[in-house]
Design a protein around this ligand. Structure first.
Ligand code: C2O
Ligand code: CU
Ligand code: CU
Length: 416
């Protein structure tokens, strides 16, 4: 599988999203979002990261199992006009991951203006599975973000900002509005990323037929899970298969969230391939739901500017937790309910993929019994996860509602 190298440059640009003047935006190697970084398990990777913004940024590889000097958290800012070369080996299975900035206190704004991209890891196993894999033909990236445009159709983070999450009234999908693709009547694979600052989505199909979820954040599920609706919180990914094999020319089906179309699939061509059933076994992840006494406990609480983990806000000079490489631990994460009812905090941990053991003592839904790096914590809920760090270093855990993260709903764990 050898070696591969990429150059990823954060830059300012202008993007035509709505009528009128193009909006100011940020992108990687372009004016908005970024290229897909294609990696293979076992590969040696070198990424030249360059900052052409007029402010510091960092390059974080969300979901990638890398040492902390490569992880690109708030300890690794890159000043304007500076570049840093990163080298690592891909040590994990096929998955759809993503990358985004992580500078201390500035993550939400930089993501809002457009800094985000996808990472596809493939391996021999994913090559061998009978699933759609022709990019742009039957395998599509779908980055879902909501944005607010001002009266001049510009993105303006400071006027859109809200401490409990910056929300928009317009869906921007892969950096466009109202996207559609022309497809054949065959199985279509959509690689969904909730790249929004704060919004949770509940996806379904316009004709309410079921689809199959085939991956969680960190790789394939054991088997395709039939679903009629799928929730993704900020930072989460899922690949789904929409089976259009019984549709005919001229049919249209939409991926929706609530009443709002996310992506329109127009069936415009007859498939000439034989329709192959989805594989029945895609992975061999063992799962036990037993509640155990946790090695670590943490509590997410508060709203607005009062959000905390264990009563504290992030301090770059404080190490909150410690762990050892290769020593499995169970963490119990609680989201306290409060007078206002509370809210979902998307919990994310750097440096590894973890397993969700149980939610409030019950086995998690089937589509969460795979590798995860981001999960919804519902108000009043306690979730147990199993963590096993593969690399040493200092790693972040935080709320992936980006305004909460920037306010300080984040801690750090030193792994030795
Ligand atoms: Cu997706 Cu700490 O980030
Ligand atoms: Cu991350
Ligand atoms: Cu939060």
């Amino acid at each position: 599988d050898g070696e591969i190298s990429y150059t990823i440059t954060a830059q300012q640009g202008n993007t035509q999203l709505k009528e009128g003047a193009a909006t100011q935006s940020y992108g990687y190697n372009g004016s908005i979002l970024g290229p897909i970084i294609h990696l293979r398990t076992g590969q040696q990777v070198s990424i030249q990261t360059e900052n052409e913004l007029d402010t510091a940024t960092s390059f974080h590889w969300h979901g990638l199992e890398v040492p902390s000097n490569v992880d690109g958290g708030p300890h690794s800012p890159i000043a304007p006009n500076q570049s840093v070369n990163l080298e690592f080996t891909v040590n994990q299975e096929a998955a759809t991951l993503w990358f985004h900035p992580h500078p201390h206190g500035e993550t939400a704004e930089q993501v809002y203006y457009g800094l985000a991209g996808l990472i596809y890891i493939e391996d021999d196993h994913s090559d061998s599975l009978a699933i759609p894999k022709e990019y742009g033909i039957n395998d599509f990236p779908v980055i879902i973000q909501d944005r607010l445009f001002d009266e001049n159709n510009q993105l303006n983070y400071s006027t859109a900002y809200s401490p409990d999450g910056t929300y928009g009234d317009t869906l921007v999908i892969n950096g466009t509005i109202n996207p559609y693709v022309d497809v054949k009547n065959e199985k279509i694979r959509l690689r969904l990323l909730n790249g929004s600052n704060a919004r949770n989505y509940q996806f379904h199909l316009s004709d309410d037929t079921s689809f199959y979820q085939i991956t969680s954040d960190g790789g394939f599920l054991n088997e395709p899970i039939p679903m009629e609706s799928l929730q993704l919180v900020p930072g989460e990914r899922a690949e789904i298969i929409v089976d259009l094999s019984s549709y005919t020319m001229g049919d249209t089906i939409q991926l929706m969230t609530g009443d709002v179309p996310v992506l329109t699939l127009n069936v415009t061509e007859e498939s000439t391939e034989e329709d192959v059933p989805l594989p029945t076994t895609m992975n061999t992840i063992t799962h036990t739901a037993d509640e155990v006494s946790p090695d670590k406990k943490m509590t997410f609480s508060g709203m607005g500017n009062m959000v905390t983990i264990d009563g504290k806000q992030f301090d770059m000079d404080r190490i909150d937790l410690q762990a050892k490489v290769g020593e499995k631990e169970v963490w119990e994460i609680e989201n306290t309910r409060h007078m206002m009812g509370g809210m979902i905090h998307p919990f994310h941990l750097h440096g590894l993929q973890f397993k969700v053991l149980n939610r409030n003592g019950a086995i998690p839904p089937e589509n969460e019994r795979g590798w995860k790096d981001t999960i919804a914590l519902y108000p009043g809920e306690s979730v147990q996860i199993e963590v096993d760090f593969p690399e040493k270093g200092l790693f972040m855990y935080h709320c992936h509602l980006l305004e909460h993260e920037d306010t300080g709903m984040m801690g750090q764990i030193l792994v030795e």
